[in-house]
Design a protein around this ligand. Structure first.
Ligand SMILES: CC(C)(COP(=O)(O)OP(=O)(O)OC[C@H]1O[C@@H](n2cnc3c(N)ncnc32)[C@H](O)[C@@H]1O)[C@@H](O)C(=O)NCCC(=O)NCCS
Ligand SMILES: Nc1ncnc2c1ncn2[C@@H]1O[C@H](COP(=O)(O)OP(=O)(O)OP(=O)(O)O)[C@@H](O)[C@H]1O
Length: 200
């Protein structure tokens, strides 16, 4: 039977970093952030809805979505974020579940759903086990600012748009503390996969 693992955390806690580690175990990962980019490409229904709702100021010259401009709007305004979520999330969920079920049909040992907003969107029923990638707040802020080249204010508005990662950690089946080195996180992942019987 396939074990469906929900990988989550908060922004810049290290989900993508940990999700790459599953490659070494040949465990497939379905990435909700990646799907959320696919479903807003020109021609998709969600693209049309975003242009209708937010106007052409969120478009680049080549007519693709200007993600920075849209991010500046939605991370400062909860109502607008909810509007965007209601456009993008249904399409992401549909694609994610189709992919998940394809892997289950192939009877793979495990499949990972990398879903940043697993708890915020109440998607715990989509998975068998929840793995939270935790990081302390100071490290989260400095890694986010460095990765995105953002100001402290911009970074904090993104962090505050999600449930604090410490709260998510309390609800997890297992937690990886990614405040230390990547090797330390790798070792923690290895231990968890053996404990869950996914790796022998
Ligand atoms: C606002 C957008 C355009 C900003 O794009 P950008 O390329 O700057 O960021 P990216 O998509 O890579 O997301 C980075 C991280 O931001 C956080 N984040 C993204 N959207 C949201 C949201 N609606 N609420 C809270 N956090 C979010 C997540 O931790 C995510 O991993 C984009 O994030 C978006 O379309 N968001 C709505 C869809 C969504 O919820 N995606 C995340 C999970 S499916
Ligand atoms: N253990 C670590 N040591 C040092 N840097 C790290 C570590 N883990 C992650 N990073 C760096 O921190 C940043 C955030 O990590 P990552 O992109 O994996 O987070 P994420 O949770 O996927 O973020 P998002 O929610 O935005 O998708 C990246 O620049 C990454 O290289």
């Amino acid at each position: 039977m396939t074990v469906v693992v929900g990988l989550t955390g908060s922004i810049a806690s290290g989900k993508s970093t940990v999700s790459l580690m599953f490659d070494d175990y040949n465990i497939p990962v379905i990435d909700a952030d990646k799907l959320s980019r696919e479903v807003v490409e020109p021609g998709e229904k969600a693209y049309e809805e975003i242009v209708y709702t937010f106007g052409s100021s969120v478009l680049r010259e080549d007519q693709t979505i200007d993600r920075k401009a849209l991010g500046n709007i939605v991370f400062q305004d909860e109502e607008k974020r909810k509007q965007l979520n209601s456009i993008v999330h249904p399409a992401v969920r549909e694609r994610m579940l189709t992919k998940r079920d394809d892997y289950i049909a192939k009877e793979v040992r495990a499949v990972v759903l990398d879903i940043p907003l697993l708890f915020e969107s109440n998607l715990m029923d989509y998975v068998d086990k929840v793995l939270v990638v935790y990081v302390d707040e100071g490290t989260q802020l400095s890694r986010l600012m460095e990765r995105d080249g953002s100001s402290e204010e911009e970074a904090m508005s993104r962090i505050n748009s999600q449930i604090p990662v410490a709260e998510k950690a309390k609800k997890a089946d297992e937690v990886i503390d990614n405040s230390g080195s990547k090797q330390s996180s790798y070792d923690q992942l290895d231990h968890i996969l053996r404990k869950w019987g996914i790796v022998a």
